[in-house]
Design a protein around this ligand. Structure first.
Ligand SMILES: [Zn+2]
Length: 114
């Protein structure tokens, strides 16, 4: 299945979509996503089987819209979020200090050894 950008309605295969995730915010449990097509930046929460879109508000993140992604799974780490779907996995690093070159990269696809 393909996942839409909520701003421009372009649709992306999961690999293209999750590679565009960056900066896992563990406190608010959300990742930043920058649309490869229109450049729109969104905050989203990865949930089992769906993505939640919304806005940070008073120290929490309110989900206003959900996009179903059957089979989507997530695992929180200390400094990262691992997103998996079928046999693919993407690792979104946390921003651990004010943005510098290496600290906040984009998600990279990992190949599982299974
Ligand atoms: Zn877009």
């Amino acid at each position: 299945m393909q996942i839409p950008c909520l701003a421009c309605e372009s649709r992306f295969w999961p690999d293209d979509y999750f590679r565009a995730c960056s900066d896992y915010n563990r406190g608010l449990d959300l990742v930043s996503w920058t649309c490869p097509s229109c450049g729109n930046r969104d905050d989203l929460r990865v949930l089992p089987g769906e993505l939640g879109f919304g806005y940070p508000c008073r120290g929490r993140f309110d989900v206003h819209a959900r996009v179903r992604v059957p089979g989507l799974r997530r695992q929180r780490g200390d400094l990262r979020l691992d997103i998996s779907l079928d046999t693919a996995c993407w690792r979104v690093p946390s921003r651990i200090r004010p943005l510098s070159s290496a600290a906040a990269g984009s998600a990279r696809r990992l190949h599982r050894a299974l």
